[in-house]
Write a protein that binds this ligand. Sequence first.
Ligand code: GRF
Length: 220
Amino acid sequence: MGRVKVGVLISGRGSNLEALMTACKADDYPAEIVLVISNVEGARGLGLAERNHILTRTIPHKDFSDRAAFDEALDVALNEADVEIVCLAGFMRLLGREFLDGWQDRVLNIHPSLLPAFPGLDTHRKVLDAGVKISGCTVHFVRPELDDGPIVVQAAVSVIANDTPETLAERVLEMEHKCYPLALRLLALGKIHIKGKMVTLKDGSPGAGFLNPGGLTEPN
Ligand code: GRF
C-alpha cells in the first residue's frame, strides 16, 4: 500500500517538521511529506525541507485581502500536491471553518501544553505563572476554535524548580518530537475513531497518553 501524502504548514523553526521528516525516513512509516508550506518567507523549516528534497511553497498571508483568500490559496496548493493529511507544525495562523470543513478530521496540530489547559500563545510562561507541577504537549485535530479539537496523543512533562519558559519549552519540545510522529502514524494507518471530542483507537483503546518519556511507544 502506498504511503499517505502529508502537507506540513509551518511559520518558523520547523523542529517538529524535522521530527516528522525523520520518522518518514523509516521504511515502515505509513506517511510521506510531499509539501511544506510556510506563510513566512525564509522560515528555517523551509531550508530543512529543501535539504530533504521536499517541495516547498511560501504563501505569505499578508499577500491576501482576508483569511478566506489565504485559506483558499493553501487549499489549492495542498490539493495540487495530492495531500491527504495536513500537519500544522508551529503554523501561526488560524484556519477558517470553510477550509477545515473541506479537510474534515484530516488536519492535526501540536500545542506545547496539556490542552485544554493553557491554549494560545506564551504557553510556558502561563504554565509557570499558574504554578502547575505537570505540563506537557498535545497533538489534536484542528477545529475553528483556537487549540481546540479531539486529542490524539498527549505526554506529560514535570515542571521543576527554577524552570524558566525556555528550560520548560526545551523539555516539552523533546516530547513533542515523539508525540507528533506517533499521532501522524495512527491517523495515516486509519486507526483513529472520533466521536465528539473523544478519540479512541479502532481496537477500542483510548488514544495515547503518556506520563513519562520512557512510556512513549505506540499503543497496540
Ligand atoms: C512548538 O512548540 C509547537 O508546539 C508550537 O509551536 C512550536 C513550533 O516549534 N505550536 P517548531 O517550529 O516545530 O520548532
